[in-house]
Ligand binder design. Sequence first.
Ligand SMILES: [Zn+2]
Length: 290
Amino acid sequence: MEGPSLYLAAEQLQPFAGRRIERVSGNSKIGIERLAGQTVLAIFAWGKHLVFQMDTFALRVHFMLWGTFAATVKGRSVTGDYRRSGPPRLVLNFPNGEITIWAASVKFVEDADAKAAYDFSANVMSDEWDPRAALAKTRAFPRAEIADVLLDQAIFAGVGNIIKNEVLFRTRVSPFVKVRDISDRKLKAIVADARTFSFRFLDLRRIFALRKNLEVYRRSACPRCGGKIERRVHGQRARRSFFCAKCQHVRVSALPTMRIRRSRSGTNIRTAPPRDAGGRRRRARRRDPA
Ligand SMILES: [Zn+2]
């Protein structure tokens, strides 16, 4: 889930702020029993984190690549159309409803004011978002591919793979271009659109119309020129980029695709690029939850 979905989640879960947790269950091994009887004082989102503040500690939920959640208030669903996958990590029962979380990373933060530890100027969904700081931080990685930098949560907290791809298409920038080769004007446009598109994402998510309104992410034809949308797994993060070579000025012929190595008999053997330590090449083929 990307930043706008977490922003929406915090909003949807506000009926539980000030409420006492009556029962706790789930397969998490972090000692979730301690949540029983606690009152949730506040619920907020930062980037891809969803945080439940209790009196002396907080629960931090990170949905990673595949986590989802659902909640009901007085028997009525208040969340979206997220897929549910396997046994729940955590279920919180309140007098007025329940929250169920799947496949997320959950962690306790021993802090009576967890919100104060977050830098909201780096959060694209925040009123405190500071585009000038983001620009300066981006320029500090001149040799990095822009697609990698957009996913850096210390610079663009909340931006995930969908937002990255859409922003680069909307600003007509190649995902492969290095930061040092991008003009100031263009880089400012990228930084500005990281926030602008995130709010469009939020509006579309509210009405369950996100997928069909994406222009390049998992699309096959460019909505602007009708050309083919290409896809490549690349960069330090080994995440997938979707792009129109024509509109985003990418020389596809210059991109690495398969590695060629020569066998002893002299014939060329094509091998796929190696996996990174996390095995991300395989995982990147799966769909990113919005
Ligand atoms: Zn195009």
